[in-house]
Write a protein that binds this ligand. Structure first.
Ligand code: REL
Ligand code: ZN
Length: 417
């Protein structure tokens, strides 16, 4: 293996970073078997909730009027406000342009109907294959909610686990965040639970989780929580975690994923686009990692202010894997900043990014933008090493990228492929 010269280093790292197959360990995408739950195409892309909230900044329109429009009309409205009346420089808007370009469309024409017509000719299967190929995505982890009646039917009909490129993650926010709602859902699914925290209720909630993890073959159990999550606290959340969630994860030997720092619906009129970020308490994660050294925790936080402390915490606990630049942090400046100090504090022993895609083609831009940044930050580090006489080989660069974009996740799961 010959050494890479200093002048070729950056280009080599960037090329390898752009081409390394990826495991996208948290998305809101679905396999084609899930029917309409899998969103794709121009109108879904333009009505992404990130773009909805950006559009309303330019309009006096009633929220209710927007929601009464057809999807196509909403898309046209957003296209005009964010792409024609103003330049699409935000991350989500630029992302749409990256998608058009990579799909081979003439971006300069600005002709939405051409793009629509081109995609309407494709089947969902063709588009899934094409996009995964363009984006270099090998494995996709979905977010799977048994309380969603549409999704539940797919699992109950046995069609949920047919496409080998897609993996499940069991997501049950209501158990921690809206217990009354969870109780009525669990009851309607035939579990003998009640609002009071009885032994029977705990047992039945554990049974619910185990049965669904097994049915979905879920890779991990996931929850999102607001920043006011405290642990240990003697409240409902602590009890649910200690007496239900951790025991089930331990029994089935899967990680527990915590996504902390989201305040839902601060502006309910915006629906999905109305969620806000919130400062979190890193010491809650610290306490969990200390109390359960055998339990693996996948953790991401939404506030920028929490990122450095969380990264330091990962130095203290090997059962903590930090992942991704979540949501409002999934913008170039934050990905750059976070990737840099994560590498500086943890080396390559972290998961630098997940896509959080909701619409299939978003895989293209979310990963292209992130791969470039990851490659460049890594190139800076290799250049420093090179100047000291430590030359990384192409094989070693691939190994490092493969760790960050694939293996760290699978190794953490104990399911190295
Ligand atoms: O998994 C989550 O809780 C969030 O990522 C989502 O709620 C959010 O809407 C997503 O689109 C963010 O990227
Ligand atoms: Zn998400």
């Amino acid at each position: 293996q010959t050494d890479i010269s200093l002048s070729d280093l950056r280009e080599t790292v960037e090329r390898l970073a752009l081409n390394m197959p990826v495991t996208d360990m948290h998305t809101h995408l679905y396999a084609p078997e899930f029917g309409n739950l899998l969103l794709w195409g121009i109108d879904e892309l333009l009505t992404y909730h990130y773009l909805i909230s950006e559009s309303f900044r330019w309009s006096e329109e009633e929220y209710s009027h927007f929601w009464s429009m057809s999807k196509r009309e909403q898309a046209d409205w957003i296209w005009k406000l964010l792409f024609l009346d103003h330049s699409p420089v935000s991350e989500a808007a630029t992302g749409f342009i990256t998608i058009l370009k990579r799909l081979g469309f003439d971006v300069s024409s600005r002709n939405l109907d051409d793009y629509r017509q081109a995609l309407e000719k494709r089947t969902v299967h063709e588009q899934v294959d094409t996009v995964m190929q363009i984006a270099g995505i090998e494995k996709i982890v979905m977010t799977n909610d048994p309380f969603d009646p549409v999704e539940r039917l797919v699992w109950q009909s046995g069609k949920g686990k047919t496409d080998p490129r897609f993996y499940a993650a069991l997501r049950v926010d209501a158990l921690l965040g809206d217990w009354p709602h969870a109780v009525s859902e669990l009851q309607s699914l035939g579990y003998d639970v009640q609002a009071e925290w009885t032994e029977r209720t705990k047992e039945e909630t554990r049974r619910f989780l185990s049965e669904w993890i097994i049915r979905m073959d879920a890779l991990y159990l996931a929850v999102s929580m607001p920043g006011d999550f405290k642990y240990p606290a003697g409240d409902h959340r602590s009890k649910m975690i200690d007496e239900v969630m951790i025991p089930v994860c331990q029994e089935l030997n899967i990680p527990f994923a915590l996504m902390i720092g989201v305040r839902r619906k601060v502006n309910p009129s915006l629906r999905l686009a109305g969620d806000m970020s919130m400062l979190s308490d890193v010491s809650a994660v610290e306490a969990l990692c200390r109390r359960y050294p055998e339990q693996k925790f996948l953790v991401t936080m939404l506030a920028r202010e929490n990122q450095h402390e969380l990264t330091v915490l990962a130095r203290k606990f090997r059962n903590l894997m930090i992942f991704g630049c979540w949501w409002f942090l999934h913008i170039e400046s934050m990905v750059e900043e976070m990737t840099r100090f994560r590498l500086e504090l943890l080396g390559t022993s972290m998961i630098p990014q997940h896509s959080d895609c909701r619409v299939f083609e978003q895989l293209i831009y979310k990963w292209e933008h992130s791969r470039r940044i990851i490659g460049n930050v890594l190139a800076d580090k290799y250049e420093k090493l090179h100047q000291s006489g430590w030359n990384v080989t192409e094989e070693e660069i691939k190994r490092d990228l493969n760790d960050m974009l694939n293996r760290n996740f699978w190794r953490f799961l104990g399911k190295e492929q």
